[in-house]
Write a protein that binds this ligand. Structure first.
Ligand code: HEC
Length: 138
């Protein structure tokens, strides 16, 4: 008759040291990754909000079609044509029915689609430009 004997196998001390070293560093490594992800998503979330004051100011201002027309002639006709019929850039007569005002503001201020440059334009002038562009498809 044999009695079952429980046998505890312990790691040799050298392997134990290595694995605890790895565990310690693994936690640091994971913490570092976690911190980077947090920081990244923080910037990703906060970045768009920085533009909100400008966007809101431009969206809420009362635009003047005449002033917008003047701004358009000075800055945009070289590429979009004297009557926004399109040249190097696409025609803009129907843009306000296809793009939101917010998207148009981003298009003008951020230079996301070269060769169209980004324009530094104050919010009132941006509202004027928007008013003019809205008047094109009336
Ligand atoms: C140097 C040439 C150039 C100038 C100057 C320029 N644009 Fe553009 N614009 C372009 C080009 C090229 C595109 C198309 C980009 C693309 O591939 O989406 C474009 C696209 C656009 C669009 C998006 C149209 C759409 O249907 O997607 C808008 C809106 C616009 N421009 C407005 C303006 C306004 C307003 C101005 C003046 C303040 C201006 N652009 C000045 C070249 C120019």
């Amino acid at each position: 008759m044999f009695h079952a004997v429980e046998v505890f196998v312990t790691e040799p001390s050298s392997t134990a040291a290595v694995s605890s070293f790895l565990k310690g560093n693994l936690i640091k490594f994971l913490l570092a990754i976690f911190a980077i992800v947090c920081l990244g998503s923080f910037v990703w979330i906060v970045e768009p909000f920085k533009q909100e004051p400008y966007l809101n100011a431009a969206l809420n201002a009362n635009g003047s079609i005449q002033k917008g027309n003047r701004l358009f002639r000075m800055n945009c006709v070289s590429c979009h044509g004297i009557s926004a019929q399109g040249l190097v850039g696409p025609e803009l007569n129907k843009t306000t029915t296809q793009l939101s005002d917010k998207k148009i503001i981003k298009q003008v201020t951020q230079g996301l689609t070269p060769p169209m440059p980004s324009f530094e334009i104050d919010s009132q002038s941006m509202a004027d430009l928007l008013a003019y562009m809205h008047s094109l498809n009336e």
